[in-house]
Structures are given as C-alpha cells and as structure tokens.
Design a protein around this ligand. Structure first.
Ligand SMILES: Nc1ncnc2c1ncn2[C@@H]1O[C@H](COP(=O)(O)OP(=O)(O)O)[C@@H](O)[C@H]1O
Ligand SMILES: [Mg+2]
Length: 250
C-alpha cells in the first residue's frame, strides 16, 4: 500500500507543527522521519493513522482516507512507550484488539510472539519482561491484524544502545520477510540509515521536508555492517543533512 502526503500543514492553535509536507511512500518501502524534537514527526504519523486531521492538504492511503484504512485494519501503530496493560500477559496484550473487536486476527498472537523470539514468554506479564521484549510484544500487537502499513514512533528510544542495535537488526529481519510499507521515526541517524530505503530529514518547527536521502546500501544489513565504510559514509551523509536542516531553520 502507498501513503501519499499532499501539501499537508497542521496547526495546533498558535503552534504551526507542519508546513506544506508532500511525500509519497511506495508500497513495501521503509521510510524514516528524522528531525529535531517538536518538528512534527509524531503529528505526521498520527495524521497517517487517521488519529488527527490535517489543517490543510490531505493524506491518502492507497487512494483512500487513513480512517477507512484503519477501520479495515490496514494500519498498525506502535509508539515509544509500549501500550501494554500490566494486568495482561504478553499473549493477551497481543490479542487485546481481537478481543475488543471480536474479530479473528489475520495472525495468531501466539505464533507472532514465538516468531519474535518470545516463545517462552507467552504467559509472562509486562513487568517480567525486559524493555526490548516489551517493545517486541508491543510491535506484535500492532501486527496482529497483519496490516499492510506499519507506523513506528521511536519504538526503541527508551532502550540502551546495544539492545537498541539488536532490536533494529531484529526489526530489519522481521520486515524483510514481509512486504509492509513502514514509516519509522527515530532520533538515531545510525538506526535510520541501517533500516531505511529512504530517510526524510525534517527542519525544526514548523516541520518542512528539508531533504530526502536514498540509502542505496545492499540488504540484509546485519549488525556487523555497522562498522563497514559504506555504511559509515551513508551515516555521515544523513548526519550532515540533519545539521543543514537544523541550521536552515535557526
Ligand atoms: N494535540 C496537540 N495540541 C497542541 N500542540 C500539539 C499537539 N500535538 C503536538 N503539538 C505540538 O506540535 C509540535 C509538533 O509535535 P510532534 O509532532 O509531537 O513533534 P515530534 O514528534 O517531531 O517531536 C510540537 O510543538 C507540539 O508541542
Ligand atoms: Mg514525537
């Protein structure tokens, strides 16, 4: 499925969060949004998920409204703080939206957890899981309807660097076996570079697209690749672009 932002602006009262953002994300593409805090990254995801309406412009998901796409369970969303209920086991957290909507999932919660390396942890409660495990449960919950689109807002932001790297590698592996369209938000230039087909660099508020960088690196990109010269060159390219975006808006 494609996601098309056409001249999207968003105001919250006096605050101008996004200004004239146009971006087309192709079917199966992994696109990362990066930019200074408050530049409207979360707002872009919320608009794409139909949780927020643009003040001007529009977003189309395969030509339809985000709301309709959401209603048809075509969009899965996971945020930085895992939205897990403390009183539910991992399994019942993943299956929660199935219970609420009374629908069968396209995927079985148990199979998802096992596939995500949590086969031993179906009946554990969130507090019994590490931060990385909780985030895998959270992403499993976002995938239970097998949506064509996955929106991830700084999912690994609260994790230590090494856990974060292995989670990035894990996510890259999970997604390489699917054909999902992904919008990913991160503050980490390395994470953006290793995971993405394209990195969209946003300026400080109001968020505007400063530059779109194609990451023409071969896949799969394992953790060892993080020390490869070609990878480091791309990281430098994205970092310079981010510096330019911040300077331009100062
Ligand atoms: N519901 C809201 N009401 C008022 N202001 C908001 C709301 N949501 C976001 N904002 C403001 O819009 C700007 C962009 O926010 P956000 O999209 O969360 O940025 P980012 O995710 O890039 O840090 C910020 O200044 C934020 O305070
Ligand atoms: Mg945010």
């Amino acid at each position: 499925m494609t996601i098309e932002f056409s001249r999207v602006s968003k105001q919250f009262g006096e605050v101008e969060a996004l200004d004239d953002v146009s971006l087309t994300i192709d079917d199966g593409e992994f696109v990362t949004l990066i930019g200074p805090s408050g530049c409207g990254k979360t707002t872009m995801l919320r608009i794409a998920a139909g949780l927020e309406e643009p003040s001007a412009g529009s977003v189309a998901v395969n030509g339809d409204t985000p709301r309709n796409a959401c209603r048809e369970h075509q969009i899965g969303v996971a945020f930085q703080r895992p939205a897990l209920l403390a009183s539910r086991t991992a399994l019942r957290n993943v299956g929660m939206t199935l219970e609420i909507t009374g629908r069968d999932g396209a995927l079985s919660p148990g199979d998802l957890l096992t596939d995500f390396g949590l086969g031993e942890f179906h009946h554990h409660y969130p507090h019994q899981l590490s931060g990385g495990m909780q985030q895998r449960v959270n992403i499993a919950a976002a995938l239970v309807h097998d949506p064509a689109i996955l929106l991830l807002d700084e999912p690994f932001g609260a994790l230590d660097e090494l856990t974060r790297e292995s989670m990035g590698e894990w996510l890259g592996g999970v997604l390489s076996r699917s054909s999902k369209t992904v919008i990913f938000v991160t503050h980490s230039v390395e994470e953006a570079t290793i995971l993405s087909d394209r990195v969209v660099v946003l300026s400080a508020r109001p968020g505007r697209i400063s530059e779109v960088i194609e990451i023409a690196l071969p896949r799969p990109r394992s953790r060892a690749f993080r020390t490869d010269d070609n990878f480091l060159r791309e990281v430098a390219r994205v970092r310079s672009s981010l510096y330019r975006a911040v300077e331009l808006s100062n």
